[in-house]
Structure formats: structure tokens, C-alpha cells
Design a binder for this molecule. Sequence first.
Ligand code: PGA
Length: 247
Amino acid sequence: MNLVSVKDYQELSEYACNEIEGVVRANPHSVLGLATGGTPLGTYQEMIKGFAERNVDYRHVTTFNLDEYIGLGREHPQSYYAYMMNNLFNHINVSPDHIHIPIGNGEGLELECHRYERLIEEIGPPDLQILGIGSNGHIGFNEPGTSFQSETHIVELAESTRRANARYFSSLDEVPQYAITMGIKSILKSKRILLLASGSHKANAVKTLLECDPDEGFPASVLKGHGDVTLVVDEGAVGIDNIVNSL
Ligand code: PGA
């Protein structure tokens, strides 16, 4: 695992955007693995700028998102579909039929998991996967205890995850209890992975990641066994006690 340490959230966002643009410029038909949540918002803003100002062309790019809430229709403002449309896809020229996000409100959710995993196999895997890290070490919605062999599956969200995401809903009760997520094995298929961590509320998760061996109790630790992962941290996420030069 490589470690890149940047000053702040803006630098982290520029770094991630630059990596994505590099992949897309090298291969206009690239497959990108994308994430939701607060962390990649700045990256997406930079990508929108890059599309407008640097002529980055997403016409032939395919995207796979990590996860989606179960029970929210795509039109729900807090669905991850709506998040991606509002924060990125509506502002760049990615083709709608190249966008893949699990469908969390249909019939046959198990079938949807299989369909999604097959699609990743057929069209993917991502050339570059963007990941955030939960304070409990989750990646995607793979909560602690998830098998490292898991493929796309249905998960019950941890209470801490629902609480962390309640900021986007009017109350905790409205936060869905379940989601579809790419599994850990699915995520590891990506050729390259950028794991982004920003802010002091991520310092404990980063510290645990740096110190622990791969362990299903802390899902992000599995990334230590992947050959091409870069952890990008800003000063807040490194934390005062986490002075590390390399992993
Ligand atoms: P965040 O979430 O980007 O909103 O901090 C990351 C995660 O929970 O995976």
C-alpha cells in the first residue's frame, strides 16, 4: 500500500481528480469505480472543472458505483443514484447507458446482486476504484465482519453507519436499514484503488488501518493484500499520533 500525504481536503480532491483524469486520458474507454459520501464530493467538483476547462472527455468511460440504499427509489434525493447524477454525472459527458449503480428498490434484490456482479465481470473490473473509509473501517457498505470472499450482496447497515449518514436525512429513522453493496472480493478486482481519508474524524480509522493486519473485523485492512492501493490522507486524517512515512 502506498501512502500519499496531502495538506488538506482541497489537495486531496485535486490529487484524486488528477489520478482519474490521467486514467481517462490514457484510455478513453476506461472503467471507473466510484463512491458516494462526503469524501469524494470535492473530487467530483474537480472533475466537473476538468471537463469544462481541461477538455477531459468521459464519452466512452463506463462507471460502476459501490452501493445503493435498499428502499429508496432512484428519484429519492438521498438515493446514491440521485447523489451521482447531481454531484457528477449531470455535469460531465458520461453516457447514461455507461452508468452502473445497483438498483435498490426493485423486486428480486438477490437477483439484482447477481446481475451487478456479472456486469462487473463482463464490463469491468474498474481500472481505478475510488474508495472512502468508514470510521469503523467499512469500504463500500461492507461492515466489520463481512467476508473477504463476498461479492455484491445485501447488507444490514451498522448503527454507526446509519448515524453517520443521518446528517443527510431529516431523522435517523429515515436512514435505510439495508443496502446493496459490491462485496470485498468485487472491490479487490479493481486494477488500482485510491482510498481517500480526510479530516480528524477519520484519524482513528487511518491509525487502525496502518497498524492492523488484514482482518475481517476491519474491512479496509483487506486492501493491504492488493498490489496497487494508494491511501491518500490529509493532515487531519493522519492525526497527531500517526506520523508515518511509508507502509
Ligand atoms: P464519508 O463516508 O465519505 O461520508 O466520510 C465514507 C464511508 O463511510 O465510506
